[in-house]
Design a protein around this ligand. Sequence first.
Ligand SMILES: Cc1cc2nc3c(=O)[nH]c(=O)nc-3n(C[C@H](O)[C@H](O)[C@H](O)COP(=O)(O)OP(=O)(O)OC[C@H]3O[C@@H](n4cnc5c(N)ncnc54)[C@H](O)[C@@H]3O)c2cc1C
Length: 346
Amino acid sequence: MQKIGEITSNNEVLIQTDVSLQAHNSLAVPAKAAYFSRCSSVPQLLGSLDFAKSNGLSVLVLGEGSNIVLSGDYDGMVVLNRLTGIELVSENSESVVVDVAAGENWHDFVGYALERAWFGLENLALIPGLVGAAPIQNIGAYGVEVKDSIEAVHVLDIESGQVRILSNSDCQFAYRDSIFKHALSAKYVITSVVFRLLKTAQLTLTYPALAANLTASACPIDVYNAVCQIRASKLPMPDDIPNAGSFFKNPVVDQDKHRQLTALFPSIVAFPLDGGSAKLAAAWLIEQCGWKDKSVDAVYVHRDQALVIVNPNFKSGNSILKMAAAIQADVKSTYDVVLEIEPRVY
Ligand SMILES: Cc1cc2nc3c(=O)[nH]c(=O)nc-3n(C[C@H](O)[C@H](O)[C@H](O)COP(=O)(O)OP(=O)(O)OC[C@H]3O[C@@H](n4cnc5c(N)ncnc54)[C@H](O)[C@@H]3O)c2cc1C
């Protein structure tokens, strides 16, 4: 393998070795990357991919690291996607199509769209991370998922460097899920996301916390402000205490299982879905098992939010996963329900 300290390749990408990732993951796990590059242009991205390929390195593309657990040092190359730019592609009387580079900040883009009266993203305000990661787990909050505003996703093939455009249906979006977590996992770098946003607002106020805060005359800016206010009051932000947001997905159970659980636990919190199934509130299950403010290996469940694991003592990813496994085992034995970890584990 080519031995380097810091080099500048033909495409002017700085490739560093043995770099701490603590500031690049919101759980502040003190892991390291064997190789590391920060890419703010497509040539830099191609140069990094080329270097990884020539040296037989696996590639981990990162945005802000707000949805990952690093279980140890990464022995391949971490590529920070910092491509920027927002382009209005087309518009008609009803909507705009806008192409947003993967390295743009998600929340800033939500604000940018609202300022221009482009609607559809207001419920997704204040979700940490960058635009390029939004399709990966089909980010969602307060009754809205980003898939409903995505027209296409532009990608670069990590192996060949070829450009490809995936349509919305190609992405196989589902609850906190997409093809990027399965068949296309680690195959592509998302370079930009194309959104179709509406010129006339169609508000989604079904989520109880929003319905309680807003009236029927609310406008998109009211929704945006309410979402920001609710999130700021309820969720610990990683800058204050390291965390990756919700650590588990809300489990979906079929009608029979939901009935069974409701008979045994009448106060169980669940959201009905089409076809009779139900999405259980993972936070309720965890809280009822007594996990709030509990610790394993000095990693804690947040004292107010049972779904959030916090890492105030900068422990390893393995300590975090040990805590997660203990919670999963407890919920399984109490409710016979499997909790799935939401962040990507490396
Ligand atoms: C406090 C807090 C609250 C949160 N609330 C929510 C919420 O309400 N709803 C929700 O859905 N999520 C939520 N999250 C999770 C997180 O904000 C989202 O998943 C976000 O999209 C992650 O963005 P990121 O840039 O940090 O991605 P990263 O954590 O850097 O990456 C996440 C995954 O995407 C891959 N990836 C990132 N960028 C690219 C790219 N350009 N090309 C290819 N692969 C890429 C990475 O390899 C990794 O697998 C929350 C997280 C925190 C810390």
